[in-house]
Design a binder for this molecule. Sequence first.
Ligand code: AMP
Length: 234
Amino acid sequence: MANRVDARQTVTAENQRTPQAIILLGGPGAGKGTQAREICSHLEIPHISTGDILRSNISQQTPLGQKAKEYMNRGDLVPDDLIIDMVRDRIGQADCQGGFLLDGFPRTLGQAKALGGLLQDKRLGSPMVINLRVSTEVLVQRLSGRRICPSCQRTYHVTFQPPLRSGICDTDGAALQQRADDREEAIRERLVAYDEQTAPLIGYYGNEGRLFDVNGEQTPQLLTSELTRLFEVA
Ligand code: AMP
C-alpha cells in the first residue's frame, strides 16, 4: 500500500544517515526535475536525471546520444539495455557512495528489476520511492506551455510562470526554447508510454512498503516543504 505523506511518516535519523537510493516517480511534467534539485541540495546527494544525461549525450553527439535521439524526439522510451548500462556507470561513480536520487529512472518494470540487482550489488537496501501524483489534464497543460533556458536550464511556463520579457530568460537573457518532446504529438506519446510502462511501477514499489505518494498538483514551494518534511530527522 502506498503511504500518504504526513508528519508521522518522517524518515528516521537512522535512515537518513544510511546511504540510500531515492527514486522520484511521476508522469512527464509532474515536477520531478524541480523537486529533485531541491531534495538533492537538502540532502547533499547527487541528482541523476536519465533525461538530462541523454540530452547531454545528444548535444555532444556521442554514440549513445545518436541512438537515443529518435526515440526521445518521438516521445518513446529509449531501450532498457542502453538506459541500464548508463545508470550502472553513473551510480558506480565515487560521488554516489553516500546515496543518490534517481529522476526519470526506472521507467519500466525491466529497469526496476535491473535496479534492484544494482542496489544489491552496492549493498544498498530497498529504495525509498516518492510518487508525485498529477492528473493527465494538468500534465498536458504543464508540458505544452513549458519553456526552458538553454543556458541555465531554468524552466518557465508561458501562462503559469512567464518570464518578465516574453521568450527571454530572466536570469541570463538567453532566448527560451521548447523541448522537441514538449510538442503536442510527442507529449501524447510520452503520456501513453507513462501509462503503459511506468505507472505500473507504483504498484510494484507499493508492495515493498517504501512508497510515499504525494500530491504533485500543489505549488512547487508547498510540495518542496512536504517533501523536506519526509527527510526530517524524527
Ligand atoms: P525526461 O527528461 O525524464 O522527461 O526524459 C526525456 C526522455 O528521455 C523520455 O521521454 C525518454 O525518451 C528518455 N528517457 C529518460 N529516462 C528514460 C528511461 N529511464 N527509460 C527510457 N527512456 C528514458
